[in-house]
Design a protein around this ligand. Structure first.
Ligand SMILES: O=C(O)CCC(=O)C(=O)O
Ligand SMILES: [Fe+2]
Length: 223
C-alpha cells in the first residue's frame, strides 16, 4: 500500500504510524473498527463485505429538516395498527431524493447499482421508542441490491449476523448512513436488540427515541 497521497498524510496524523487501516481512493478500510473516526468518513467494513458506514454523513441541519418533514407527513401520529413504520412507494418525497443525492454510492456500490435510475423508489421510515429494536432480518428479496439506512436521533448498536454465529456490531449515531450491497445485503442479517442501554467500548449509551430511513429499489417484476 502506497503512503504517498495527501489523504494518507491526514490519516497518519489521525492514527500515527502504527495504524492498521488502509486508505483506498478516500475510503477507509478498517482492519479493526474499534477506532472508527468521529468525523465525516466512508468506512468499508473489513468483515461484512459490501457494508459501508458513512460516518457523520448527514449534517445536523439536514437531519433536522428530515425530522421536520417526517413530522409534517404525520406518519407516526398513531391511530390504529402500525404507527412505528411508514412505507412509501413510487416517487420519493423531495427530502428523500436529496438524501439519496448525498450518498457516496460510487464508492460503496458497484457501478451498475450506483448508476441506476432511479437509485431508490421506496422508503420506509422506522420510528423506535426508547428500548425498542428490530429483529435480525435480511431485507425482502423483492427489493434490489443496494440499500441505504440512515440513522436519526438516538444512537443504537446494529448487529450483523451470518449463519447464526458470526456477529459484527456497529454503533449507529445520528447522521450515520449504512450502505449495503452484495453479501452485506443478502448473506448477513441485520438487527437491533431491544434494550434500554447499549454498551459500546465500555461506554453505556442510553437509548432514546430513534428514527431511521431505509431507501430501496423494487425489482422490476414487483414495481
Ligand atoms: O432502523 C434501522 O436502522 C434498520 C431498519 C431496517 O433494517 C429496515 O428498514 O429494513
Ligand atoms: Fe433491514
Amino acid at each position: 500500500m502506497a503512503r504517498s497521497r495527501p489523504l494518507d498524510q491526514v490519516f497518519l496524523q489521525l492514527f500515527g504510524p502504527e495504524s492498521d487501516e488502509e486508505v483506498e481512493c478516500g475510503v477507509y478500510v478498517f482492519k479493526s473498527l474499534n477506532r472508527v473516526l468521529d468525523s465525516r468518513s466512508i468506512i468499508r467494513h473489513p468483515t461484512v463485505t459490501g457494508l459501508t458506514l458513512c460516518k457523520a454523513w448527514v449534517s445536523k441541519d439536514f437531519q433536522a429538516s428530515v425530522l421536520a418533514a417526517v413530522a409534517a407527513e404525520g406518519w407516526f401520529e398513531g391511530h390504529g395498527m402500525s404507527t412505528n413504520q411508514a412505507m412509501r412507494f413510487g416517487g420519493l418525497p423531495e427530502w428523500a431524493v436529496q438524501l439519496a443525492a448525498l450518498l457516496p454510492v460510487q464508492q460503496a456500490f458497484p457501478a451498475e447499482i450506483a448508476s441506476r435510475q432511479p437509485l431508490f423508489d421506496q422508503l420506509i421510515a422506522n420510528s423506535y421508542q426508547p428500548g425498542e429494536g428490530i429483529k435480525a432480518h435480511i431485507d425482502l428479496l423483492r427489493f434490489a441490491d443496494g440499500i441505504c439506512i440512515a440513522s436519526f436521533c438516538s444512537p443504537a448498536i446494529m448487529h450483523f449476523t451470518r449463519d447464526g454465529c458470526q456477529r459484527q456490531s456497529l454503533l449507529l449515531e445520528p447522521g450515520d448512513v449504512l450502505l449495503l450491497c452484495g453479501e452485506a445485503r443478502y448473506a448477513w442479517e441485520h438487527g437491533i436488540d431491544s434494550c434500554q442501554e447499549d454498551v459500546w467500548q465500555s461506554r453505556k449509551i442510553k437509548r432514546a427515541r430513534r428514527m431511521s430511513v431505509t431507501l430501496r429499489k423494487l425489482l422490476p417484476q414487483h414495481a
